[in-house]
Design a binder for this molecule. Structure first.
Ligand code: ACO
Length: 326
């Protein structure tokens, strides 16, 4: 049984936060942010908007494209590090919002690689015949875990969601492979110290000492990201006996234009074969690849038969790739 992406969707907050507005919050400049990251603006969720809000809307759009009814969905995977609650899962809330009453639903924690991990799990459910229609969603509200006084991190991240519907298929237009990797030795280079069992939200020191916020060793993460994304992409090429020349489009995790450039250079891909939107959304973690995928799909950038490489890297560390014959 082959596995095909039959629908894509995305949903973003209406509020735009520009670099110029960030200059009013922290000691930074549009020039610094643009040259170091490529980011010009990001979306920020409003009060009353949650991770599940955007996840459900992105899913609805993907289901409309796929012609999938809520009751036909067998499995809902929401990749997120910013769930509505520690429990229940955001996926269960999305199930309720969609009325997908026949689905099994769970969250997946793999930071910025969460969507690729989700594709990999969905692929196995579909190939084994354990499910027929699956929603894989990446959704984040990172604006609620960044320290808006820390210029090292607050300029980098944004909010939003992307989703795909995956189905079993006999045709050639299919997911060719997924590869996932983890390297837990570097878990503390990029993480959120507070609100779990080590620094519980119930301990007043968690808030008072700023442990609630996302923290990152940017320089170290940068070096690991370039090497790991290259390795993950090369694993996909080798498994399918392909070379970089066969790749029609690369959709990398949208963290930083310099990481994207270094990764595409390592693979020998020109910028005409790399899709980016990080200038408009910043790093939306698990949502970044499915948002970009939906934009590339709706803009007609993806032609039938195009070999699409998606590659991610994130906290954990986690990394991975997915190769699709579109
Ligand atoms: N505005 C102005 N100056 C800043 C800002 C800012 N927003 N942020 C940092 N600086 C300063 C630093 O304080 C430092 O000043 P100093 O030299 O006086 O100490 C100087 O700029 C250089 O800082 P570096 O950290 O060395 O800058 P670098 O060129 O490495 O860029 C960045 C920092 C953008 C964070 C980069 O390291 C990076 O992109 N790393 C990867 C991070 C990433 O993409 N993470 C996500 C991937 S995984 C995931 O998505 C979960």
């Amino acid at each position: 049984m082959n596995v095909r992406i039959t629908g894509t969707g995305s949903a973003l907050p209406g509020k735009i936060l520009t670099n110029a507005e960030l200059e009013q919050l922290v000691d930074t400049s549009d020039e610094w942010i643009t040259t170091r990251t490529g980011i010009k603006e990001r979306r920020i969720a409003a009060e009353g908007e949650y991770t599940s809000t955007f996840a459900a809307e992105a899913a609805r759009r993907a289901m409309t494209m796929a012609g999938a009814l809520p009751e036909e969905i067998d499995l809902i995977i929401v990749a997120t590090v910013t769930p509505d609650f520690p429990f229940p899962s955001t996926a269960c809330i999305v199930q309720d919002l969609l009325g997908a009453s026949n689905a099994t639903a769970f969250d997946l924690s793999a930071a910025c690689s969460g969507f690729i991990y989700g594709l990999s799990i969905a692929e196995k459910y579909l190939r084994s015949g354990s499910a027929r229609k699956i929603l894989v969603i990446g959704s984040e509200i990172l604006s609620r875990v960044v320290d808006w006084k820390d210029r090292n991190t607050c300029v980098l991240f944004g909010d939003g969601a992307g989703a795909v519907v995956l189905e079993g298929s006999e045709g050639d237009h299919s997911l060719l492979s997924t590869h996932t990797f983890s390297n837990g030795t570097h878990w503390n280079l990029l993480y959120q110290p507070g609100s779990g069992s080590r620094n519980p939200a119930t301990d007043p020191r968690t808030i008072a000492e700023g442990r609630i916020y996302l923290t990152m060793e940017g320089n170290d993460v940068f070096k690991h990201a370039v090497r790991a994304m290259g390795e993950a992409a090369e694993a996909a090429l080798a498994a399918n006996s392909l070379s970089a020349a066969d790749i029609g489009l690369l959709i990398p995790h949208q963290a930083n234009q310099r990481i994207v450039d270094a990764t595409s250079k390592r693979l020998g891909l020109g910028s005409d074969r790399v899709f980016t939107n990080l200038d408009r959304y910043g790093n939306t973690s698990s949502a970044s690849i499915p948002i970009a995928l939906d934009e590339a799909n709706r803009q007609g950038v993806l032609k039938p038969g195009c070999k699409l490489m998606m590659v991610a890297f994130g906290g954990g560390f986690t990394y991975g790739s997915a190769l699709v014959n579109w």
